[in-house]
Design a binder for this molecule. Sequence first.
Ligand SMILES: [Fe+2]
Ligand SMILES: [Fe+2]
Length: 171
Amino acid sequence: MSTTPSTGHDEIDSQHVELDRLVDKALAICSEGNHSAAGCVACPPDRQANCRREVMALTRELLKFMAGHFRYEEQLMRRLPENDVCREHVKRHKRAHADISAWVSALTAKLATADPYAVATELRRILMDWTGAHASGLDSGMVKLHQQTGHGELDEDAELTKLLEQAGKLK
Ligand SMILES: [Fe+2]
Ligand SMILES: [Fe+2]
């Protein structure tokens, strides 16, 4: 069970609950434990094909969620004041979003040939390492920068609300 730490921003935290749900889905793949140390070779081909579809659907869902969630956070970053600390934060934060999106995309491409169980295992490892650290580091850092600079009142912002609506609340 994954639990992403609170950032102190209600909307970001509620979006992270959705991210947790997707991480839990990744944890549940092949939970029956009928894979062997050798990977998926012990499973019949139709079961392997099912797992491949399941992992593929999850990586697509994740990429879609991440695109909406990162767009939301990056819109908030645009409201930060122009100074070196904020500029450096925005650069690092956007790079981290681009990196995780690229990792998940690369895993999706790998699925064409690799064992679905191996891809699911790598996906779990990346997500478990990334989500908590990112939320407690860069996401919380961004919320603090907004609070310190008096840019904390953002929930009523019309543009952000529109973004959420467009993303269908990111699902
Ligand atoms: Fe972020
Ligand atoms: Fe986030």
